[in-house]
Write a protein that binds this ligand. Structure first.
Ligand SMILES: [Zn+2]
Length: 246
């Protein structure tokens, strides 16, 4: 994406900045209301269920995508499990944080010093794909089109959320490039304002310090979507990312 389109894209989204500030406060208030609602719901639940069921259900409802009814259903399903199965599950949960760590090279999730991707000799060690979070590595790896290494930044530049370049693992990336033979860096940050700003910042830093190919993942129309409903910023990116049909 060139600078003109980046400015256009950022201006288009600027109006959302103020809304976001208001929304943040609204969300905080909403969270408090939701917490009160959950407490109220579980208080009501205690009339019908023993306290251990109520407590486990309340714990499970803290997981993403798990509401009160689902957490209640999961808790009741666990009651049907054998004691050994429950002990094993409890053990797995209680030791999860001790057993899972971050790869010292790329910051991917790992169960030893380095992750399986960094240790795999079949990988192309001359290409690094930069992502925001470890979960994105699995998404890119699953597509089967990329066989290089990864680097997790730990987020993206977002001044509103008080995340600046120095808070990300950018220095570690620069060190990796200095100490290894790297020919290409693929910037795979998200196609939102913060992700684009992070990609532009990184591209400038890399250009200043190294002679290597810097590429950005193609942005545009999602596969299977209807072109009729594409917004102009997405369309501009799709035009910029167009390719010649072989
Ligand atoms: Zn790794």
């Amino acid at each position: 994406m060139n600078l003109r389109h980046l400015i256009f894209y950022m201006l288009r989204r600027t109006k959302n900045f103020l809304i976001r500030i208001y929304c943040q406060r609204l969300r905080e208030n909403l969270k408090n209301i939701q917490r009160l609602q959950i407490i109220y719901d579980f208080t009501r639940m205690s009339n019908h269920y023993p306290i251990p069921i109520k407590e486990l259900s309340q714990s499970l409802s803290g997981l993403p995508g798990i509401g009160r009814r689902t957490s209640e259903r999961l808790t009741l399903a666990l009651l049907d499990w054998e004691s050994d199965q429950l002990k094993e599950l409890g053990e797995l949960i209680s030791t999860l944080k001790e057993k899972v760590t971050y790869c010292e090279i790329c910051a991917n999730l790992a169960d030893k010093q380095s992750c399986d991707i960094c240790l795999d000799p079949r990988r192309n060690g001359e290409v690094i794909c930069v992502v925001e979070y470890p979960q994105q590595i699995a998404v890119i790896d699953k597509c089967g089109r990329y066989n290089g290494l990864f680097h997790v930044l730990g987020g993206k530049i977002d001044p509103l959320a008080n995340v600046h370049a120095e808070n990300l693992r950018i220095n570690q990336l620069l060190e990796r490039i200095k100490n290894n033979t790297i020919n290409e860096i693929i910037l795979a940050t998200s196609p939102d304002v913060e992700g684009e700003a992070t990609a532009v910042y990184l591209a400038n830093e890399l250009r200043e310090q190294f002679q290597l190919n810097i590429s950005r993942i193609a942005l545009g129309i999602p596969v299977g979507s209807d072109l009729t409903f594409a917004d102009s910023a997405t369309m501009a990116m799709a035009i910029d990312s167009r390719r010649v049909i072989q």
